[in-house]
Write a protein that binds this ligand. Structure first.
Ligand code: FAD
Length: 471
């Protein structure tokens, strides 16, 4: 039977599926609800300044993904040097931590106490190891946990570290202890890891350029990408999705397909199904939580004042979690002799921070950046706010059960493939999101990949000491 694939979402995973189908000459339509492609990995332009939603590093150990990125962007895929530091207690600490730098920042006595608390944790580990606090403390000691993990992690997640599953820490900072971190830092033998840490790829005009180009190339090869098309309902019968009800700016359309690839948040997928799934599946979907992100983006009439690509702000005195210096990601992100900052605030959709007006948020951002004393704030001449409601799938103590309930219900649909970060409710970076999309297309063609296994057990995340990345 001739295939017609309907792809929901025009972020990295949906566009990868679209591009791959176009290359294989399989008819496919990608519906994107927003007025631009890229999803969370988009780039937003304002007066020739470009901003990511957070900073998006391109790094991977997956050959297919690297090849795809190279194929799409060619020479515009730059190799960039990374400098990221932690700002804590008025001081900068290199990130990944380097023993000599950390020692001088923390002071000898404090470092001695960190060593003692590490030995104590090794002798008397907290067992069973169920939550983030126990996982980190068992490997780094409680004092280092308090200094470099707790504040930032709680800013990111908005919940006590004891409510975060140990599994999340294991996924993000796997296989590392204080001892191996010190050995790594002193005798950096693993050049692959070192390269992954010190350098990264980045499109000349930001991550959006990668996905805008991917969409354009998919279209050139016959693929379709329709913006401002939101999939509202997926109608099914006898274990097959029959058609999507898609709302456009004018009206609603029904789109039939032989196969469907969904990258929309799995909770939205469940509530879009007609007829409705059983109550317990709906409950499971509604119980999944996502952490939101808002960025306060500042335009500055001066060259870049900081050397960093980004800074983790561990200081508990400010709400800000991270600072992005986009001119250092790529000089083409800002006009000549100008610079910008992206201040990241982790929050819940509709909480106090989220509900502040843009004007109040801009004031907050300027006040906080000024209180840190990092740049000359007089040169800030404009700013704007971006709100992203679903950014981080929250791995709380219940999520795994909810996902199991949802997965076993969805198994009945033989022509539905899930992929991406929110499609699978997995803390996937772009490369893993993309790999699941490549697998989804192959599955439609008869392969038997289990997309849930991607990013489950391959050695990948940054093997370095400090707070886990919040990508
Ligand atoms: C702050 C932050 C920093 C990050 N940094 C990095 C990094 O440095 N490196 C890295 O590799 N990864 C990073 N990531 C992860 C990366 O953003 C994701 O892996 C990637 O964007 C996931 O792609 P996706 O296509 O699965 O999902 P999305 O990017 O969310 O795309 C999904 C798309 O589907 C659309 N959509 C949703 N519902 C519907 C609907 N009903 N109908 C039609 N369209 C719909 C959305 O509008 C969206 O465009 C970061 C993430 C965050 C939040």
């Amino acid at each position: 039977m001739l295939k017609k694939i309907i792809i929901i979402g025009g972020g990295p995973s949906g566009l990868t599926a679209t591009y791959d189908c176009a290359k294989r000459k399989i008819p496919a339509i990608c519906f994107e609800s927003d007025n631009m492609v890229g999803g969370i990995s988009r780039t937003v332009e304002r007066n020739n300044f470009r901003f990511d939603i957070g900073g998006h590093r391109f790094f991977t150990k997956i050959r297919q993904v690297n090849d795809l990125w190279d194929e799409v962007l060619g020479e515009d895929f730059l190799l960039r040097h990374r400098l990221s530091r932690i700002f804590y207690n008025g001081k900068f600490f290199n990130y990944p931590l380097q023993p000599a730098n950390a020692l001088s920042g923390l002071g000898l006595f404090n470092s001695f106490l960190i060593g003692c608390s590490y030995i104590k944790s090794r002798l008397f580990p907290a067992l069973p190891e169920e939550n983030f606090e126990q996982w980190v403390t068992n490997r780094f000691g409680s004092r280092l946990y308090q200094t470099f993990f707790k504040t930032y992690t709680e800013k990111v997640w908005g919940i006590d570290c004891r409510e975060i599953r140990a599994e999340w820490a294991a996924q993000r900072i796997r296989g590392l202890s204080l001892w191996s971190a010190v050995v790594n830092a002193l005798f950096k033998k693993n050049t692959t890891i070192k390269t992954l840490i010190d350098e990264f790829h980045y499109p000349r005009l930001g991550p959006g350029q990668m996905y805008e180009t991917m969409a354009a190339k998919a279209k050139e090869m016959g693929g379709e990408v329709r913006l401002n098309h939101c999939v509202k309902e997926l109608h099914h019968k006898d274990g097959r999705i029959k058609f999507a009800l898609v709302s456009t700016q004018e009206d609603d359309i029904c789109q039939e397909g032989t196969d469907f690839i969904s990258t929309m948040p799995i909770s939205s997928l469940i509530t879009s199904l007609c007829p409705c799934p059983p109550q317990k599946v709906l409950e499971a979907a509604r119980s999944l939580r996502y952490r939101a992100l808002l960025t306060i983006n500042l335009l500055i009439d001066a060259p870049q004042q900081l050397p960093d690509t980004w800074i983790y702000v561990h200081d508990p005195g400010v709400k800000m979690g991270r600072i992005q210096c986009f001119a250092n990601w790529s000089p083409h992100m800002v006009p000549d002799k100008k610079s910008s900052l992206g201040l990241e605030y982790f929050c819940w959709e509709n909480d106090g921070l989220w509900s502040m007006s843009d004007r109040q948020l801009l004031q907050l951002g300027k006040k906080e950046i000024s209180s840190l004393g990092l740049i000359d704030t007089d040169k800030i001449f404009d700013g704007f706010v971006i709100r992203m409601p679903k950014c981080y799938p929250v791995y709380d103590e219940y999520y795994a059960n909810h996902i199991m309930t949802i997965k076993s219900y969805l198994q009945q649909f033989e022509n539905l493939q899930l992929c991406g970060r929110y499609g699978l409710f997995k803390y996937n970076n772009m490369d893993h999101s993309i790999l699941t999309a490549l697998y989804a297309v192959e599955n439609i063609l008869g392969a038997g990949h289990n997309v849930w296994d991607v990013n489950a057990d391959d050695e990948y995340h940054e093997e370095e000491l400090s707070s886990p990345e919040s990508g």
